[in-house]
Design a binder for this molecule. Structure first.
Ligand SMILES: [Zn+2]
Length: 132
């Protein structure tokens, strides 16, 4: 096995925003997908905590800063095209702002959407009535 020269995600693509998938480091469960820019990626690498870019708020989103549901990063991967990021994380509480462990708590079935996840927390308790 040989290492390729060290280079990270290519933020010159997609207007500097790359999709980042968070996966449970222990179980492999896919928890969520969010966006990263170069700044959020650098802070994630530096701090070992997942930091994303919030497109809706137009600022860095330090996962868990409001909810306490932070992600401790155990490993970072980049895909073959260097334009998708994979984080293997330890998730505190619920990854999803709707209170589910994973954002993918709904299964698409022929008859429609079926909620297959279990709600861990009430979002109103976590984020207050303002939500986000
Ligand atoms: Zn979610």
């Amino acid at each position: 096995m040989t290492d390729t020269p060290l280079s990270g995600p290519d933020f010159s693509r997609n207007d500097g925003l790359l999709p980042a998938i968070a996966q449970d480091a222990a179980t492999g469960e896919v928890l969520m997908m969010a966006w990263m820019n170069a700044e959020s990626f650098a802070e994630t690498v530096r701090t070992g905590r997942a930091v994303y870019w919030s497109r809706s708020r137009g600022k860095l989103w330090r996962k868990g800063e409001e909810s306490g549901h932070a992600q401790t990063v155990r490993a970072i991967y980049v895909d073959c095209d260097a334009d998708t990021i994979l984080l293997k994380v330890e998730q505190a509480g619920a990854a999803c702002h709707e209170g589910y462990r994973t954002c993918f708590f709904r299964e698409v079935r022929p008859e429609g959407l079926k909620v297959v996840g279990e709600r861990l927390v009430d979002p109103a308790q976590v984020y207050g009535k303002s939500g986000h």
